[in-house]
Write a protein that binds this ligand. Sequence first.
Ligand code: SAH
Length: 214
Amino acid sequence: MANLQDERQRMVRQQLLLRGISERRILEVMGQVPRERFVPARVQELAYADAPLTIEEGQTISQPYVVALMAHKAEIKPGDRVLEIGTGSGYAAAVLAQLAAQVFTVERVPSLLDSAQRRFQELGYNNIITRLGDGSQGWAEEAPFDAIIVSAAAAQIPQPLCDQLTDWGRLVIPVGPLDAEQRLLKIVRRGTDFRQQNLGAVQFVPLVCGPRCP
Ligand code: SAH
């Protein structure tokens, strides 16, 4: 276990700090959340590898750097209510929950959501509220959100997510096809105006959505 703690601190230094993530709260939280508890047992020794890892149901747990980058770009503050789409292992939700007041997270695969919920309980992350469903429609009953983070690549920006931002709310979302370059976009709402910024190339599993998908 001590070994994994050392690896976690090394990940924070080498993968985050040396790559320009200097926000103290994010470095602290990434140094605390036990990523090894969110990966399948067979890849536990790879928990702090500088890469996404395959989890159950053919999905992935994002690379640590990408989780930290998305949290940084979404400008998460202690009082924020945050929506995450694509719970997966629950790792990103756990990180966000240590940075914000409350995290609402939506997953479409029941078995993934069950495992993530169990992890949240075991680790005592009790400010995470989960829902099974199609996250491309957001979570209207709980809106608005100060920040929305999408952990899967959308073909286009889903309008409901923009509509569910607070004034000055931030949406961070990968956009683009599975087999070509995807871009990580940041959208900031100011009244009825939505400013878009390209944060660079990324690779995510697709956001799978229902008939109302854009
Ligand atoms: N944040 C996760 C990464 C998950 S990978 C982690 O830290 O482990 C993306 C996840 O998005 C997958 O679990 C996939 O099932 C889920 N997903 C894809 N389309 C979705 C949709 N429309 N609504 C909710 N979840 C979706």
